[in-house]
Design a protein around this ligand. Structure first.
Ligand SMILES: Cc1ncc(COP(=O)(O)O)c(C=O)c1O
Length: 568
């Protein structure tokens, strides 16, 4: 074989090999690039990394401050500790004097109702839990409501700022009327499930108009409505992954509750950064994303979990709402979802009927493909609802008769729930309620501004951020004791839910006089807490130093042999 023959035979083989290699390198490079994009779109905090946060949660050992440490965990001097002890004793005595029956009734439930046991334990950061449980007992039972107030078993009336977890939008009396009227309409029907009560039709028509979508499915809770929304998105897009945003709550189903609190390995969820171009790039480039799930409440605290006083170890909690910026962000997400055949789901279980009659879709001027509702929509009864386009809601495929999407639920479309919903939806169409919606942001904006002004004037380290009627409190000076403010508020006659000052939900029926009383109580409670020394300041007390101290306490508990080196 001569030289030129060898060359012509070798060249094609080498050429093919080189091209093959180049393709492989390009493919690997592309995969690496796509993976890097995903990593960049994750929020750097622990709550941006579900698996890691779960692993970390297992590494944090329980420890409890004894009586001495309870009062001096920030290194305050003896004189301040003495004030704190007097203040703490006063709270304890006041609670016992005002509400002994409520306290003892609540105590009798604590061991038997898992939810009560959990929520009581997680009202305060865990090192303080034991001492609080032992000494600062608060009632968590009530038997009457009227206007914006709630009465405990001892006849103590307090302002209710729990919002009934978001259900109470228009005031309890509104829902009592819905429930009473509904009862009259369906009381002769009974729990008939299967044949629909005709009341269903008006509900469906109203929900279609409100959501701007074609079809409705009824469920029993917000969690179920979210499950169904995600399921339908996967079924119709044929794609596997759900995108949700860091810190957003969508109910307790472990398909969306992927961080601390859930236990199943979820490999079909991307938890990405809110309001970030990195996230838009991921939505733009990946082919496996079936849907983007948005809780429009996150505009108040993007990339942060639902704020709870149980996690309030320092004053690092912050929030800020910028309506324009969040609107622009949602519109960008809408645009990329449309382009990439990704279903855009608005989870309006909380914001629906609260931010506006047509909820967050109207508030931010964005139309979603699937929308979930719940809470207040039941007119006082438990409910979950999913609205969507025909294309996304259909549970079977015309050309594949066996390929169905299965979803049932015995109590879906319960006639009593539907009758309450009917009352709710009819009533909020009335001028009186439409007027409330129109003025919402102006009223709550000016009320919050006035309260903040009074708190500032009194030089108190408490600041309220709000998204319309939804508030969260941040603390403007470093402290380990901010969580105690919920107890001072209770002593002034303000009831909060178990998450404390992190989530305050105002119902729309607060009159100016009611609100004046609430403002006074907020200021008085904070003044008393200040006088009792809990917000003592020193140059060495910073949010960073508090975190460091907490880390040191964790290490001391985990590795007792290090105690000598990890002294104060
Ligand atoms: C945005 C959002 N989605 C879903 C849920 C779950 O609803 P439910 O508690 O009715 O299951 C909640 C409840 O707080 C919520 O706020």
């Amino acid at each position: 074989m001569n030289q030129s023959n060898v060359c012509t035979q070798l060249y094609p083989t080498t050429l093919i090999g080189s091209v093959f290699l180049a393709v492989i390198v390009l493919l690997i490079g592309y995969k690496v690039w796509v993976r890097l994009q995903l990593s960049r779109a994750k929020h750097p905090s622990l709550s941006g990394h579900a698996k890691m946060s779960r692993r970390m949660a297992k590494l944090i050992p329980y420890f409890s401050y004894d009586e001495q440490m309870f009062f001096v965990s920030d290194g305050a001097p003896e004189s301040i500790v003495a004030l704190r002890k007097i203040g703490f004793q006063r709270l304890q005595d006041d609670f016992q004097t005002k509400s002994p029956k409520s306290i003892s009734f609540s105590q009798s439930l604590d061991d038997s109702i898992s939810d009560a046991h959990f929520t009581n334990a997680y009202r305060v950061p865990f090192p303080f839990r034991e001492y609080v449980r032992e000494h600062l007992k608060m009632g968590a039972v009530a038997d009457t409501t009227s206007g914006v107030q709630i009465k405990d078993l001892d006849g103590q009336w307090s302002y209710d700022l729990t919002g009934a977890y978001g259900v109470n939008v228009f005031g309890y009396d509104f829902y009592k009327t819905c429930m009473a009227n509904a009862w009259e309409k369906v009381k002769d029907f009974g729990p008939v499930l299967g044949p629909y009560h005709p009341i269903i039709r008006d509900n469906v028509e109203r929900l279609k108009a409100i959501s701007g979508l074609d079809e409705v499915s009824f469920h029993m809770s917000g969690t179920e409505a979210v499950m169904q929304a995600v399921s339908m998105a996967r079924y119709h897009t044929g794609k596997t992954h759900l995108v949700k945003f860091c810190g957003a709550y969508h109910g307790w189903w472990d398909g969306v509750h992927t961080g601390v609190g859930g236990h199943r390995e979820t490999n079909d969820v991307y938890m990405l950064k809110d309001q970030s171009d990195d996230t838009l790039r991921v939505l733009n480039s990946r082919k496996d994303i079936a849907c983007v799930l948005i809780n429009p409440l996150q505009g108040l605290h993007p990339n942060a979990n639902a704020p709870s006083d149980g996690a309030l170890i320092n004053s690092g909690r912050s929030a800020h709402f910028n309506r324009q910026a969040y609107t622009t962000w949602l519109q960008q997400v809408r645009e990329v979802c449309t382009r990439k055949n990704i279903a855009l789901i608005f989870d309006e279980v909380f914001t629906g009927f609260r931010l506006a009659h047509r909820g967050a879709q109207a508030y931010y001027q964005v139309q979603a493909d699937l929308v979930t509702y719940g809470k207040t929509l039941g007119g006082g009864m438990p409910v979950g609802v999913l609205c969507g386009t025909h294309a996304l809601m259909k549970r079977y495929k015309d050309d594949q008769p066996v390929n169905i999407s299965f979803a049932r639920g015995t109590f879906n479309s319960h006639p009593y729930v539907l009758a309450c919903m009917d009352e709710f939806l009819r009533r909020i169409e009335q001028e009186e309620y439409q007027q409330i919606y129109k003025n919402l942001d102006t009223i709550w904006g000016s009320r919050v501004a006035e309260l903040n002004h009074r708190l500032e004037q009194a030089e108190l380290p408490v600041h309220i951020e709000n998204l319309s009627s939804i508030w969260t409190i941040s603390y403007t000076k470093p402290s380990r004791y901010n969580w105690l403010y919920q107890y001072y508020l209770r002593n002034e006659g303000i009831v909060l839910s178990w998450v404390g000052t992190g989530r305050i939900i105002m119902s729309f029926n607060f009159s100016d006089e009611d609100f004046e009383a609430v403002m006074k109580r907020f200021v008085d409670a904070a003044k008393q807490m200040q006088t009792d020394g809990w917000w003592w300041q020193s140059s060495s007390l910073t949010n960073k130093s508090i975190k460091k101290r907490m880390t040191r306490d964790i290490l001391r508990t985990h590795f007792p042999v290090l105690r000598r080196w990890l002294r104060d």
